[in-house]
Design a protein around this ligand. Structure first.
Ligand code: B12
Length: 363
């Protein structure tokens, strides 16, 4: 993996104007790739009998992700994510042969829609990905998924809570949290050492095809209800300093940001928690109106980094409010340094660290 990352960083480069044209032609290329792939006689076999929509979703995620890769030179992220894509789609019955065929089709799309020399520059990356196909298969089979290392004592508790999520047993999940939480400190441990790793396990079970999307949704919904129950018991202290917490536009993962919001609130912040996929203009209006000391933005999917970048730029352009911007979430945890490139002031790996960073701006 390290050698591949080094090689990708050395060999692959895309200039800003080329990245811009790739972004501008996103929809044309996406339609073309969808059409070309779906009219192949072997398509059903390639995508393992799944609905075509699953492939279209992958193509949309691909082009959005590659825009981020080219725009911010995220070639390390590219090397880290490809094995995950192979693993997750192969576990859902896609053939490995699908990937090089898909990548060749993206090359055709760039040749059709981009200026000739621009397409040539982009296709160096696609050629490299195709060349590395066999290694990517190997890496996808050995690569461990998203896992949070835990001490034995916590692992047992997390497994118990996880079993309630998988059995869709809300009553046991909420009773477990009620018994566990005796103090404010317990809430932090409950979120970081039980809820978060249990949800990561849920994701890994989905990724490896062991649970369905419905079961994953059910587990997440139970966590949301358990969190609401805990939230209703928070002691409400006098709050002055304001914080806006939100997921980036197009980001549907909301629980990470919600944990950050809850812990900030427990630590005396007046929090405006907006949840998932917030439109930029509405968030800007709220920042203008509330003049918060911090704006915390959560991004899980790497393809949403550029959406967060646009949002950050708009927040920084506000004349009347000058909040500090903190980012976090899995996308940043994969490559922590990106936060500087996209104009954020801070990054924190988890909600506890987020509160520590925020506390310097509370007064
Ligand atoms: C539930 C879930 C969903 C739900 C979310 C519903 C909801 N209401 O939130 C739904 C169904 C919408 C969903 C959709 C998708 N998902 Co999903 N999902 C998950 C799952 C199982 C749990 C997410 C979660 O809540 N985690 C727990 C929280 C607490 O952890 P966290 O986000 O990391 O947050 C902590 C820190 O990162 C940090 N933090 C978070 N935000 C912030 C913000 C700031 C400012 C700071 C400082 C810190 C911070 O603090 C938090 C607490 O310590 C994860 C598995 C996983 N590993 O997380 C997959 C996962 C994230 N999803 C994944 C995927 C692929 C998708 C989809 C693309 C699936 C698809 N094919 O459509 C879409 C993308 C949608 C989109 N555009 O956003 C993959 C991503 C893999 C990758 N390569 O990056 C994962 C990892 C599953 C897996 N193992 O494969 N998903």
């Amino acid at each position: 993996m390290d050698d591949l990352i080094r090689e990708a960083k050395e060999k692959l480069i895309v200039s800003p104007e080329v990245a811009r044209e790739y972004e501008e032609k996103r929809d044309l290329m996406l339609d073309f790739v969808n059409q070309e792939m779906s009219k192949r006689p072997d398509i059903i076999k390639l995508i393992g009998g799944n609905p075509l929509q699953m492939m279209y979703d992958n193509h949309r995620n691909h082009v959005n992700f590659m825009i981020n890769v080219f725009k911010y030179s995220l070639f390390e992220m590219l090397v880290r994510i490809i094995p995950w894509v192979y693993k997750s789609y192969h576990n859902h019955d896609f053939s490995y042969d699908y990937f090089p065929i898909e990548l060749e089709t993206w090359k055709k799309a760039t040749n059709k829609f981009l200026q000739k020399n621009f397409a040539k520059e982009i296709n160096k990356t696609y050629d490299w990905m195709i060349e590395k196909h066999p290694i990517m298969i190997e890496l996808s089979q050995s690569q461990s998924s998203f896992v949070i290392p835990l001490e034995e004592e916590w692992k047992a508790k997390k497994d118990r809570f996880l079993s309630f999520l998988l059995e869709a047993d809300f009553d046991s999940a909420v009773n477990f949290s009620n018994r566990f939480i005796k103090s404010l400190e317990d809430i932090e441990n409950f979120y970081l050492k039980i809820v978060q790793p249990a949800l990561y396990d849920v994701g890994n079970l989905w990724e490896t095809g062991k649970i369905s999307v419905a079961e994953e949704h059910l587990a997440t919904a139970i966590v949301g209800r358990v969190m609401a129950n805990i939230y209703s018991k928070f002691p409400k202290t006098k709050r002055k300093a304001k914080a806006v917490v939100s997921s980036s536009p197009n980001e549907y993962h909301e629980l990470g940001g919600r944990i950050v919001a809850d812990l900030l609130e427990m630590n005396g912040w007046d929090v405006y928690y907006l949840g998932a996929n917030v439109p930029v203009q509405d968030l800007i209006k709220l920042v203008n109106k509330t003049n918060p000391k911090i704006v915390a933005i959560s991004v899980t999917m790497p393809f949403n980094i550029e959406k967060a970048a646009e949002l950050i730029k708009k927040v920084k352009d506000i004349k009347t409010a000058k909040p500090k911007i903190i980012v976090g979430g899995i996308a940043f945890n994969l490559l922590p340094d990106i936060y500087k490139q996209i104009g954020a002031d801070f990054w924190a790996p988890d909600a506890k660290k987020a509160v520590e960073i925020a506390s310097q701006f509370k007064n």
